[in-house]
Design a protein around this ligand. Structure first.
Ligand SMILES: *[C@@H]1O[C@H](CO)[C@@H](O)[C@H](O)[C@H]1NC(C)=O
Length: 192
């Protein structure tokens, strides 16, 4: 009976498929090397490599997926910073300058989240063709705008020479996000 042999074959194929799939997703040496090499064009290559190498199995040697993943990592950090800023702005005991600067940051980082999200959405539609350059240029513009918003947030503290616990907390978050954003922009530029 043919059906008798059919079931184990299907099971075997499914297992093989599963194994191939997970082997494909594993970071291989050449994939992590690709990320290291690509990250060398960024301003913060170590952060770039550390934030992306765990996705090596997905990125493989694809520059588009690399840039998209960098944007994903950037938006996750930006959203986390937004939540932290919002919480901070509601903290009692901030002095008036800190409170004003924190409120400005909530708005600026909120804008940065929107801009990175727009870039991610647009990147999903990018294809080599007549619209390619327009789309890539929009993405570059939005990511640059996000970077500016992050700088503006930090400027609010720097301008008034605010230093201390609040300032150092904000700096820690913003510097990380700004560096991730800068790296994402460099990888987008490389791809374009
Ligand atoms: C980016 O994140 C989205 C949402 O979590 C996910 O669907 C997508 O696969 C990610 N893209 C890459 C390239 O990792």
């Amino acid at each position: 009976m043919e059906g008798h042999h059919l079931i184990p074959l299907v099971v075997l194929l499914a297992l093989l498929n599963l194994q191939l799939y997970s082997a494909n997703e594993l970071p291989s040496k050449s994939n992590t090397h690709y990320i290291k090499r690509s990250c060398s064009v960024t301003t913060y290559p170590k952060l770039c490599y550390n934030s992306l190498s765990i996705y090596a199995g997905k990125i493989k040697t694809n520059p588009k997926v690399l840039a998209q993943t960098a944007l994903n990592v950037t938006i996750a950090a930006t959203q986390e910073t937004y939540v932290t800023m919002k919480r901070l702005s509601k903290t009692h005991g901030l002095n008036p300058i800190e409170a004003a600067a924190a409120l400005d940051c909530v708005e600026e980082i909120g804008d940065a989240v929107d801009e990175v999200q727009k870039s991610i959405d647009e990147f999903g539609h990018v294809a080599r063709g007549s619209n390619f350059w327009v789309q890539m240029s929009d993405i570059q513009t939005w990511v640059s705008a996000a970077l500016t918003d992050e700088d503006t947030c930090m400027d609010g503290f720097d301008e008034h020479h605010v230093s201390g616990r609040v300032e150092s907390l904000v700096r820690r978050y913003i510097v990380n996000v700004a560096h991730l954003t800068s790296n994402a922009l460099a990888l987008i530029n490389s791809y374009a």
